[in-house]
Design a protein around this ligand. Structure first.
Ligand code: ZN
Length: 136
């Protein structure tokens, strides 16, 4: 965990972790100064965090009423857990809009399953695959 937890109330950190564990954090997008994502709470909230180039926490914002009161909220904590998880090389997947990166994060099993389901749905892909086999 990076240093962001110093800025958050302990109870908020616990609730944020629950949100993260339950998969309430939507796809994470990189921004110029950090990351943003939609976090599902009572309502979906737009959350963004700002970090320096070393990944140190600078600031966070969220559209929920609690954060508007000037405190760091559980939605921000949930996003920070998700970001930490990805930086540690775990499965949470940061969407840079780069297809290559997404594919590189998929396991061989994922890829096989994906290609097979595509081929089942799509005759062209099925034929391409069969033609590929006959070239081997
Ligand atoms: Zn919030």
């Amino acid at each position: 965990m990076s240093d962001w937890s110093d800025f958050f109330d302990e109870i908020i950190i616990g609730r944020g972790y629950d949100y993260f564990e339950r998969g309430n954090v939507g796809p994470i997008r990189k921004t110029k100064n950090g990351y943003r994502a939609t976090v599902q709470g009572t309502y979906p909230y737009k959350v963004s965090v700002e970090m320096d180039s070393d990944g140190n926490f600078i600031d966070a914002s969220c559209t929920c009423p609690y954060a508007e009161g000037g405190d760091y909220c559980k939605h921000e904590a949930a996003l920070l857990f998700a970001i930490d998880d990805d930086i540690d090389g775990e499965e949470y997947d940061i969407d840079n809009g780069s297809l290559e990166e997404i594919v590189s994060l998929m396991t061989r099993e994922d890829l096989e399953e994906f290609i097979l389901s595509l081929a089942e749905e799509n005759k062209l892909i099925r034929e391409e695959l069969l033609a590929f086999e006959s070239d081997l």
